[in-house]
Design a protein around this ligand. Structure first.
Ligand SMILES: [Zn+2]
Length: 418
């Protein structure tokens, strides 16, 4: 069996189907075939692979084998997601990934939002001292300059705006430059493309800050195919958007204008799982310049199969997840609290699929505990949850593909509905 090779997708609108269990590609493919989005079938972040104890190679092979089995011969991408270090680059490049998502969010200075002008001057001096800027004239590219990013929007850097943008993002941008050299080196002569994502930092990215980010990447020779700013409002994991839709649309509109001006590059929407109310807006405002990433939602669809076909196993997974919740929730952006989860688990239900897979508390409970369930969790009979889930999914292949196809057809058609 020859395995299909992932390729770069360029500026085509695209959709990332993350798969934490390695059995979701047939269902993903069924939905992708009915849409006009270029698909990314291998996509896992370093954090997800750590949590599930999978290697970049396993993730890649799972997608490749499923695509070969289906006789798929069209183009598809492979996203080495949320890379933070050069070691992350090397290990994923060696396995054939060609879409690299650089995540410099650890170097974003969120506090810059509230710094006084005097403190900003000090911070900017530190950027020079620390070699983040090697050119003492860097500010001349921006200061008091106006940028007509579209016929509707003109942006201008005064000293406060420029220094705040630099204090917040310059270290992150310099890290992207270093990572880009590592990607070029590790990819040797193979084609590759780069995304930069700061979606997992705390403070929203303003249009002016995005402009600084985009122009500064370009000035440093970093060419991105997509960029994920931190949008306004809460992009909580596993559930729909719950903030002001109009504010989101206005923010998105400005980011699209900046992305076209600096690139053009695509806007990348992370935590895209189940953001049904914003999808038509994203489709309408971004048109084709968009990439959407999902991951956790395919794991929840796997649990839907477990819930329907092995209710006892499902209830054991829920109980285990309740115990793990407080620890596991820490690195995720969710509003569900331990109290919510404990209350939910106390209430008997005749419809666990609705309670745990359709509603906020249940979905977020199961969303954040996937790593523990798949690596530590054991059923009462002593078998690991992972083994039991995989065996069930292998037995219920058609049902798993069907629920995934239904679920992602909804995602993809709503993106086109705007
Ligand atoms: Zn992300």
């Amino acid at each position: 069996m020859t395995l299909p090779i992932p390729t770069t997708l360029g500026l085509k609108k695209s959709f990332g189907f993350g798969d934490r269990l390695g059995l979701a590609t047939p269902g993903h493919l069924a939905a992708a075939r009915k849409s006009d989005f270029a698909p990314i079938f291998a996509q896992q972040s370093i954090r997800e692979m750590d949590r599930t104890q999978r290697t970049p190679q396993e993730v890649m092979l799972a997608a490749q084998k499923a695509l070969a089995h289906a006789g798929y011969s069209q183009e598809w991408g492979a996203d080495a997601d949320h890379l933070k270090t050069e070691a992350d680059v090397n290990i994923t490049a060696a396995t054939g990934y060609c879409f690299f998502t650089i995540d410099p969010s650890g170097l974003v200075v969120n506090d810059a939002d509230t710094m006084s002008p005097a403190l900003l001057v000090e911070q900017v001096a530190h950027l020079l001292r620390d070699g983040v800027f090697t050119d003492t004239h860097w500010a001349e590219h921006y200061l008091n300059q106006t940028f007509e990013v579209s016929d509707k929007t003109t942006l201008r850097f005064d000293q406060d705006g420029l220094y705040r943008a630099a204090a917040k993002y310059a270290r992150a941008i310099a890290h992207c430059e270093k990572m880009t050299h590592a990607i070029a080196k590790a990819s040797a002569s193979r084609p590759y493309e780069i995304e930069v994502s700061v979606d997992e930092s705390d403070s929203p990215t303003s249009a002016l800050e995005h402009l600084f980010f985009g122009l500064e990447l370009k000035r440093r020779g970093v060419h991105v195919v997509s960029l994920a700013p931190r949008f306004v409002g809460d992009f909580e994991k596993g559930i729909d958007y719950r903030d002001d839709l109009k504010a989101f649309e206005d923010c998105l509109q400005k980011h699209v204008e900046v992305a076209k001006y600096c690139g053009p590059y695509k806007l990348s929407i992370h935590s895209g799982s189940d953001k049904f109310s914003v999808y038509p807006i994203i489709g309408r405002v971004c048109e084709n310049l968009v990439h959407v990433k999902t991951a956790g939602t395919s794991y929840l669809e796997a649990l839907r199969v477990v819930c329907r076909k092995s209710p006892d196993l499902f209830s054991e997974i829920v109980q285990f997840s309740v115990q793990r919740f407080n620890l596991d929730r820490k690195s995720y952006h969710i509003s569900t609290t331990e109290l919510d989860v404990v209350d939910l688990a106390k209430k008997p239900t005749s419809d666990p699929e609705r309670v745990y897979l359709e509603e906020r508390v249940g979905r977020q409970l199961l969303h954040v505990t996937f790593g523990s369930v798949l690596t530590l969790g054991k059923a009462r009979n002593g078998r690991s949850f992972k083994e039991a889930i995989l065996e069930l999914l292998n037995r219920e292949k058609d049902l798993y593909a069907e629920v995934l196809e239904i679920h992602f057809t909804k995602h993809l058609s709503l993106l086109n509905a705007g």
